[in-house]
Design a protein around this ligand. Structure first.
Ligand code: GLU
Length: 329
């Protein structure tokens, strides 16, 4: 009997990134070159675990991925599940992995795991982490306990939730963390261990339109408000501010934001990288009580970049009214 027929069916979609990178010519910088078949060929052990088919969806540095590409990736991954895949694994660059994982997680309606991974060292570099990350991602994808958890990000033998994960180091192998939350699980000697059971998920329908734009600006010391004031004139339909500390801005920004919040949804998040925004602690102009009274939404635990994705999807559904419920989720 065909041995493959007994194995679970997994599909591997490749988008590019460092995991696929090597130098074209000696002495030149690395660029994405290895597609799905080449990645799989570098990891022959995977053939004993699953019947894996591969598709090279694109070969891009992750800085050049887009919401449009991710919607195509989502459609492809859903199609693979309909065609019988028991899990889907995606490889992409790590630079924007925290954003694409959350984007796909908000729209992933299946119990079947969608597992994302990448690498910090290019495929051509000694000690590259791509093969080990791919192996761990496939092990997580195959585990029954991974069902119903949405999009999982697997790197460095850790499993992270899409809503929590952040890239917190530029070049270290241990570049991913879930600050203030911790990894959701780990892979130890090939065993997939989660720290708790899966919890019910909220998923969004597909956006009805995609041409709108949401801006993201960082609060910083002594910033003028010229860029802020220009936001409505530039055609943006939503704004996220990465605020100081617990979600704070200057007096001048508070005034400018109050005007903008009359015309579009404004979310104020924290630029600190860890912890929630406050709701009812600080009373100065530019702090959370003032900002909420002027119509702004506090982000809670959601980081500024993920806030932008949530807001973009809700505007695409004409459902900005759902924003407070999602931020409280
Ligand atoms: N360090 C990044 C990576 O892991 C650079 C390139 C990219 O994000 O595509 O893939």
């Amino acid at each position: 009997m065909n041995e493959k027929a007994c194995l679970p069916r997994i599909t591997l979609g490749c988008l590019g990134g460092t995991v696929s990178m090597q130098a074209g010519l000696p002495g030149t910088g690395v660029t994405p070159q290895l597609g799905g078949d080449e990645l799989l060929a570098g990891m022959p052990q995977l053939g004993a675990l699953a019947d894996i088919s591969t598709v090279t969806l694109c070969l891009l540095p992750s800085a050049s991925l887009s919401f449009r590409i991710l919607l195509d990736v989502l459609a492809w991954a859903r199609g693979e599940v309909e065609r019988g895949a028991q899990a889907v694994v995606l490889t992409q660059g790590t630079d924007t992995l925290e954003e694409s994982a959350y984007f796909l997680d908000l729209l992933w309606p299946c119990d079947v795991p969608l597992v994302m991974t990448g690498a910090m060292r290019p495929a051509s570099q000694p000690g590259n982490d791509g093969p080990a990350n791919l192996l761990a991602a496939v092990q997580v994808a195959l585990a029954a306990k991974s069902q119903g958890r949405g999009v999982l990000v697997v790197l460095n033998d850790q499993i992270h939730l899409a809503a929590q994960v952040r890239k917190t180091a530029s070049l270290s192998i241990a570049a991913f963390e879930s600050p203030g939350w911790g990894p959701e699980g780990s892979v130890v000697e090939g065993q997939v261990i989660f720290r708790g059971a899966s919890v019910p998920r909220k998923v969004l329908p597909l956006p009805k339109h995609c041409e709108h734009r949401v801006a993201l600006l960082d609060a910083c010391l002594d910033a003028d408000s010229a860029l802020l004031q220009a936001i409505p004139t530039l055609g943006y339909e939503g704004l996220v501010v990465a605020g100081f500390g617990a979600g704070h801005v200057s007096t001048a920004w508070s005034q400018a934001l109050a005007r903008i919040a009359k015309d579009m949804p404004v979310i104020v998040a924290t630029r600190t990288g860890c912890g929630p925004t406050a709701r009812a602690t600080y009373g100065f102009v530019g702090a959370e009580i003032d900002l909420q009274s002027k119509g702004m939404h506090m982000a809670g635990r959601l980081c500024p970049r993920k806030c932008r994705i949530l807001l973009w999807l809700l505007i695409g559904l004409d459902d900005q009214a759902a924003l407070p419920g999602w931020l409280a989720h």
